[in-house]
Design a protein around this ligand. Sequence first.
Ligand SMILES: CC(C)(COP(=O)(O)OP(=O)(O)OC[C@H]1O[C@@H](n2cnc3c(N)ncnc32)[C@H](O)[C@@H]1OP(=O)(O)O)[C@@H](O)C(=O)NCCC(=O)NCCS
Length: 145
Amino acid sequence: MKVEELSIKDIEQLVELERLCFATPWTQEQFSLCLAQEHFYVFGLKSGNRLMGYISFFLVGKEMEILNLAVHPEKRRQGLGTKLLTAALSFFRRKKGKKVLLEVRPSNVAALNLYRRAGFVQVGLRRNYYPDNREDALVMALKLL
Ligand SMILES: CC(C)(COP(=O)(O)OP(=O)(O)OC[C@H]1O[C@@H](n2cnc3c(N)ncnc32)[C@H](O)[C@@H]1OP(=O)(O)O)[C@@H](O)C(=O)NCCC(=O)NCCS
């Protein structure tokens, strides 16, 4: 599977995968609004034509904010999440990016391990951040050399 940039034509598959992966999934309207913005990107991995994972992010100047990373439940633990993150970071490096930020739930062990393995460190905490269960968010950052 090769990482490719996704567009509005992939929106139905994005929404479907999102529903499989998150308790409070993004809606079609949210994806549609973001995809219309110049600085918003989604990279995906497809098996045939079927979307198996995606990463979404904003690039603003020298900073990248990762919004979401998701892999189809049947395809997890096979390196797809890491592949998507690595592709997004390489793309950002080519644009001379310096700093990457993201938020993650402390209970999300899979995501935390993945981000830590990629070199992210905790730089902050947002209390009661997630509306569904009032869970805090860890703010993690990666500085690119
Ligand atoms: C988080 C997520 C994207 C990981 O995707 P993935 O393709 O399974 O990740 P990888 O196979 O690249 O795993 C890389 C490393 O992350 C860690 N990891 C991944 N899943 C894990 C799990 N269930 N438990 C503990 N560590 C895990 C491991 O260190 C793993 O390396 P290893 O398999 O060699 O031990 C996936 O679990 C997912 O879609 N979760 C639901 C959505 C979500 O929570 N996204 C994160 C939002 S911040």
